[in-house]
Design a protein around this ligand. Sequence first.
Ligand SMILES: [Zn+2]
Length: 275
Amino acid sequence: MRVLISADLEGISGVVHQSEIQPGRYDYERGRALMTAEVNAVVAGVLDADPAAEVLVTDAHGSFRNILPEDLDRRALLVRGKPRPHGMLDGLDEATDAVLFVGFHARAGAGPAVLAHTMSGDILEVRVNGRPYGEIGLNAATAGHFGAPVVLLSGDDQACAELRSLVPGAVTVAVKQAIGQTAAITRHPAAVREELRRAAAEAVTHRAEIAPFAIPGPVHVEVDVGSPLAVDLATLVPGVTRTGGGRTISCTAADVAEAYRVVLLVVHLAGIKPS
Ligand SMILES: [Zn+2]
């Protein structure tokens, strides 16, 4: 069995604020340590179910350099750094049997949900074939493009509900109950790790019963951006057009993986400040 664990930071137990997820700020070092420990619980659960499993962990938050490599379970490989073609899912390929989302968060506009956003604070909404998707949906659909089901998600209650609406059979572990964007009732990290280990083992054991979430191509992708400069830059790419009054770019992509790369590009462009 080959398994990919994609790990974000907003949906880790105990984490409720931007300062805990941004390098150099108050409690970031604690946040990344909690993230690493929560990932380790999932790695252990996967290997409880199949000691011969090949486990890749892909760091999927911010710089993609948060997990402490020396503290990660040594039986897993770590995908680290950016940019990269599959964003939060590099390490994924046609041989991947199951994908697990750890520390994920709800999409921009959801709420109340802890640190909800879609890829970056500059992106207001992403739609595929007219339907809004956040990171959970975009990543689940990209996993589905490669034929892999998302079998487990951990995060706040809103993130869990978001995955279940797309993948009804997936196992979810709510590590905190959202009160708002920067507040939650959170469970103890040690208790969460115990449940995650059991849940990960159960999820990969039952992976054949969970259908991949697929959006067949070609797909129409639209991105609402806060930065008008990002729209100007994105429309330099052939096939990308400006729609919806100047705050939206749109294009038709051959498949979801290609649409995902367009979204990644717009995220980078939205980070460029006028010179
Ligand atoms: Zn993140």
